[in-house]
Design a binder for this molecule. Structure first.
Ligand SMILES: [Zn+2]
Length: 437
């Protein structure tokens, strides 16, 4: 049996780091080893110890002096929006109508979907992201293209066909029945195939009729083990329109609550303008609020209240994400740099260990997949990113004055991007490629 032995500075989290000195919250090896067999990490620790278990034929790869971390996880991203990212001058609803919906109509063409799915996963991996929770377009073929590409690469990804049956052009609409039937067929074909996970994906309350919400609720009841992903409370115009469309709901969150869409595997993108009642409802059901800082700043939506959600009496589970193409960068390093600034505007600081916890183990816990990914623990899948804190001249110069791991991580977050990603392993296989458009 062939095995691979990676050597480098390994960092993996055990739990949320309370402070910058909370050393028992992570495991760091200055000279670490990871032994990989059949796509899994079978031994992790000090290199000299791990090497003893490697046996004769192990392929040795020395990544010193770089850092080895669990592959990054992006908890909310739209794969059909690679040609929407960097579109000028609109807030959410105009942005959807002007740029996003017309672009997503192109995914009726299966060949276009396959091309973008390939380029999208290339780009994610190039940025060190090994798992995403992705929205496809409304077209069944777009989800088929995404899953086929993901399965070929043996990536653990979560995705779903968007359900939307109103308030958008005909080319991106389904019906309550076809949305249900297509989701059902995709679940049958893809959920649990290799590392693929299906997410029931009503886009948001504005583009789903009450009849479609009923169908989304039915899918959640019939498949309680599946993820559900949607958008919630992103900007004021969206909230007002939602209240008009669902006049009997107490608030925006209540729309989803009414149809049974809250729960431990429910992912709500944005959650910027939640009332205390809504925050309580998310907390009590174990639902996840997804922080998308580059998108929230770009569209001028508002500031996610990360620390309040963590510290309130009824805390909310949080994930972090790019939200490309509303988001402006594929990199989780860039994302947490902007996240740090959003949190700073709310008067708090996120320390670098907390940041790197969030985009690895934290996101894995929020997505309920921490038994498989998000750490370098023995028995988990070997999804690994190799980071170089001296990747650019400016980073090299700044590194001359860096003395601690915390400082190095903060430098990676503040100045780093895809250039800092030296290699990426997906289920133990080196997977970094350059875009071949
Ligand atoms: Zn989104």
């Amino acid at each position: 049996m062939t095995s691979t032995l990676l050597r480098g500075r390994t960092l993996s989290f055990v739990r949320w780091p309370q402070t910058i000195d909370d050393h028992s919250a992570w495991r760091y090896e200055e000279d670490g080893g990871l032994l990989i067999r059949d796509g899994r990490i079978v031994a992790a620790g000090a290199y000299t110890q791990v090497e003893k278990q490697a046996g004769e034929g192990a392929k040795k790869i020395d990544h010193r002096p770089h850092l080895l971390l669990p592959g990054f996880i992006d908890a909310h991203v739209h794969f059909p929006q690679m040609q929407v990212i960097a579109s000028y001058g609109a807030e959410l609803l105009d942005w959807l109508n002007t740029y996003t919906f017309p672009e997503e109509t192109k995914f009726a063409n299966a060949q276009h979907g396959r091309r973008i799915a390939r380029l999208f996963l290339d780009e994610m991996v190039r940025h060190g992201t090994t798992t995403v929770a992705a929205y496809c377009s409304v077209h069944k073929a777009s989800a088929e293209a995404f899953f086929a590409e993901s399965h070929d690469r043996n990536m653990l990804n979560i995705a779903g066909k968007v359900m939307m049956d109103r308030n958008a052009p005909d080319g991106v609409l389904d019906t309550p029945q076809s949305g249900y039937d297509d989701s059902k067929a995709l679940i049958r074909e893809w959920h649990g195939k290799g590392r693929q996970h299906y997410a029931i994906t009503p886009r948001f309350a504005i583009t789903s009729s009450p009849q479609q919400m009923e169908m989304a609720g039915a899918l959640c009841r019939e498949h309680p083990d599946l993820h559900m992903q949607t958008h919630l409370s992103e900007n004021h115009a969206e909230i007002a329109l939602t209240q008009d469309l669902y006049p009997r709901s107490r608030d925006y969150t209540d729309v989803y609550e009414h149809y049974g869409l809250l729960g431990k595997k429910s992912l709500f993108g944005h959650c910027i303008h939640l009332s205390e009642r809504e925050a309580d409802a998310l907390s009590e059901t174990g639902s996840v609020a997804v922080f998308c800082p580059t998108s929230n700043l770009f569209l001028g939506s508002g500031l996610f209240d990360y620390q309040r959600f963590r510290h309130r009496e009824k805390p909310i589970r949080i994930a972090a994400a790019t939200d490309v193409g509303g988001g402006t960068n594929y990199s989780m390093l860039r994302t947490m740099d902007e996240g740090y600034k959003v949190i700073a505007l709310n008067g708090e600081k996120l320390n670098p260990f907390q940041s790197f916890w969030q985009i690895t183990r934290g996101n894995a816990e929020a997505l309920s997949v921490a038994d498989k990914i998000g750490t370098l623990d023995e028995g988990t899948d070997a999804d690994i990113v190799v980071l170089d804190a001296r990747a650019t001249p400016a980073m090299r110069l700044r590194m001359e004055t860096v003395e601690t791991l915390a400082q190095e991580l903060f430098l990676l977050q503040t100045l780093g991007d895809d250039r800092a990603v030296r290699e990426v392993y997906v289920a133990g296989r080196a997977a970094k490629t350059d875009l071949a458009i």
